[in-house]
Design a protein around this ligand. Structure first.
Ligand code: ATP
Ligand code: MG
Length: 656
């Protein structure tokens, strides 16, 4: 038996120093780590000064009732005031908050902070007229349009926690979330544009709400103009009740711990959990990290988080963090390949985007499409790149750096979760010499550790469980309506030490830098060696013909578990419909053995056209494991395209 919690297989020698110019003018220097180490509480207290408080807090952190945290106790503030009104009051009313880009060509709108303030006040007044009171929950099921941001901020303004449900989810997923948090009002649209055509939203709301008797109003934005069914007395048009409302609304200050929103996790590992975020700490954590990790210069940067608002990434880094910092952001409604595969690069060129933040799944898709496509656009405005959602394979990091970042932009690999609310582990752009594939270090003010089964630090060069050892401002406060499940899910595993257990495996390299190794539930045990999915996937992706890979451990008589791999080839590697030749499979197996060792050599490799992914683009390995072990596949409700599983199963049964 291996005595390691997780084997440490891959080695990476490449290093990228911060660009000199960026380092010279960086918002945050190495001093921040020392400052936070000296006094973590004072560090966060200083970060809280970034916001405008109606009443100052008297206690920074109350951890007496751990794991139920209270931050900035006694303080009062209004989130919408902080994100919008105060910038207008500072004379920035004409500054663009969002360059919004609709999916249809030329369907664009620039929204200034002044306009945003008017719209948010109108929507707040309309919600009040619909009877929404402080503490009532509002569900938001919308496409990526400016009204979605307005709706969220209007809820925040009146103290009504929102729950944003991704517009791609089915009516049953919407119904479950409305019921779980007992929302009384739903804000939606007739539809949105997706892959070149209007996609309806309202029918799903009608179906969901038919099973939610407590929903009394449905507020509908007209986006596509498609026909909708109408329920009089319940349904109201946004343009009737919002656009006619007063642009004056006095924002009330709420307790720092007042609930801001409930967000359901991606559901990569199972049933989504309703994560509760509150007001003061959340806004401190998101605004500080947005400013520090992206080195945001609000006067000159054009920031773009290319993600959906329906995920936490959209909440923290499209809406709350950037607006709290008075940033100018791009927001894009559609898919990267509509009307052509160069759409993102065209947007970057047009608006002079300086900071791009997206997911490895997108980067690997661009790798698959080929570097000629971004090469056609002028991407010279970019100065910093970010990645979030999954471990970024070293090869994808290098591709991103070279082909998008022109070898001049540092790459911030940011580890965090719906639960953490804010970025937790990441390089700092003016400080850290980046290593492809490593998220590097806990940010200043954050304490992370890699521990073994007993909760003891594993030490450099070893793998184990990633834990957070101290509370942080934007941490989840509980699971909505279920304190017990909150304690069990996150705090029971290392109860003795009082650590938050994130569910992810990680290793420390010889310098003590952190490498995320995937979910501990996905760890494979091959002949007594505990292997991570990430390292083997990254080894496969480092082969020039592979664009994406997913690895699972399937039951095996000889070795306990065997490594089963599923790969997508780069577009230039195979002609359409051509079968992967046996010698390529052999070459890939040998490549893994050479890169990280014979123990990790996949027993089977299946070439597939697509991988099962959640709608936030994360690979759902549990479904591949079902396939590899010949079981019926489990819950697919958060899968982006359920047809993918049929294609994969067919590939298996035909013995390829
Ligand atoms: P569920 O908890 O319902 O299974 P989920 O964990 O996929 O869903 P999210 O909160 O959206 O839902 O994702 C957080 C997870 O994403 C992390 O726990 C981690 O596994 C992965 N992740 C996010 N960023 C990174 C990163 N930079 N490197 C490695 N993994 C990451
Ligand atoms: Mg999770």
């Amino acid at each position: 038996m291996s005595d390691e919690t997780l084997a440490n297989l891959s080695h990476e020698e490449r290093r990228f120093e911060p660009p000199q110019d960026l380092a010279d003018h960086a918002n945050v220097t190495a001093e921040a780590y020392d400052e936070a180490d000296r006094d973590r509480i004072a560090f966060w207290e200083k970060a809280a000064e970034r916001l405008s408080w109606d009443t100052r807090w008297d206690t920074v952190l109350d951890w007496d009732d751990a794991p139920f945290a209270k931050w900035f106790v006694g303080g009062k503030l209004n989130v919408a005031h902080n994100c919008v009104d105060r910038h207008v009051a500072d004379g920035k009313g004409d500054k663009v908050a969002f360059h919004w880009v609709g999916e249809p060509d030329d369907d664009t709108r620039d929204i200034t902070y002044g306009e945003l303030k008017d719209s948010v006040c109108q929507a707040a007044n309309a919600l009040v007229d619909l009877g929404v009171e402080k503490g009532d929950r509002v569900a938001i099921y919308m496409p990526m349009i400016p009204e979605t941001v307005v709706a969220m901020l209007a809820c925040a303004r009146i103290g009504a926690p929102h729950t944003v449900v991704f517009g791609g989810f089915s009516s049953s997923a919407l119904r479950d979330r409305i019921q779980d948090c007992d929302a009384r009002v739903v804000i939606t649209a007739d539809g949105g544009y997706r892959r070149g055509a209007p996609a309806a939203l309202k029918p799903a709301v009608d179906e969901a709400v038919s099973q939610c008797p407590d929903v009394r109003s449905v507020l509908v934005v007209r986006r596509t103009g498609q026909d909708v069914e109408w329920t009089d007395g319940r349904d109201v048009w946004w343009h009737d009740v919002v656009e006619g409302a007063s642009t004056e609304h006095t924002a009330e200050a709420f307790e720092s711990e007042h609930p801001l929103y409930v967000m359901y996790t991606s559901g990569t590992t199972g049933k989504p959990k309703g994560i509760l975020h509150t007001t003061g700490g959340y806004l401190v954590g998101t605004s500080y990290t947005h400013w520090a990790v992206f080195d945001l210069k609000p006067e000159t940067d054009i920031f773009w988080t290319a993600a959906d608002i329906g995920w936490v990434t959209g909440h923290s880094y499209i809406v709350y963090g950037p607006l709290a910092n008075g940033a100018t952001s791009v927001m894009y409604e559609g898919t990267p390949d509509t009307p052509h595969k160069g759409r993102w690069w065209e947007i970057i060129e047009k608006y002079g985007v300086t900071i791009l933040y997206c997911a490895p799944t997108a980067i690997r898709t661009f790798m698959k499409w080929g570097k000629e496509i971004p090469a056609r656009a002028d991407l010279s405005s970019l100065r910093l790149l970010g990645s979030v959602g999954e471990p970024i394979n070293p090869e994808a990091y290098i591709w991103y750096r070279e082909n998008i970042g022109g070898n001049r932009c540092p790459v911030m690999d940011t580890w965090w979760q719906t639960e953490t609310g804010q970025l937790m582990i990441s390089p700092l752009p003016g400080v850290t010499a980046g290593k492809p594939g490593s998220a590097m270090k806990a940010l200043p003010g954050i304490s992370a550790e890699v521990v073994d089964d007993e909760g003891e630090p594993v030490g450099n060069g070893r793998g184990g469980y990633l834990v957070l050892t101290e509370p942080w401002p934007a941490m989840l406060r509980t699971l909505w309506g279920d304190d017990e499940r909150f304690k069990e899910t996150y705090w029971q595993r290392f109860e003795k030490q009082g650590y938050y257990f994130a569910g992810d495996g990680a290793k420390l390299d010889d310098d003590g830098d952190i490498w995320l190794l995937g979910r501990v539930d996905d760890v494979m045990n091959v002949s007594g060696h505990r292997l991570s999915t990430t390292e083997i996937e990254s080894a496969l992706v480092s082969h020039p013909r592979v664009a994406e890979a997913a690895v699972v451990g399937a039951k095996d008589e000889q070795t306990g578990q065997a490594v089963n791999a599923f790969v997508i080839l780069r577009e230039s590697a195979l002609e359409g419909g051509e079968e992967a030749p046996d010698d390529l499979i052999k070459e890939l197996r040998d490549h893994v053995a050479k890169e990280i060792g014979a123990i990790a050599k996949p027993k089977s490799i299946l070439v597939v056209p697509e991988l099962p992914k959640t709608r936030s683009g994360k690979i759902m390995r549990r479904l591949l494991k079902d396939v590899a072990e010949n079981r019926d596949v489990g819950d697919v409700t958060t899968l982006a395209d359920s047809g993918v599983m049929d294609q994969i199963s067919e590939g298996i049964s035909s013995g390829k």
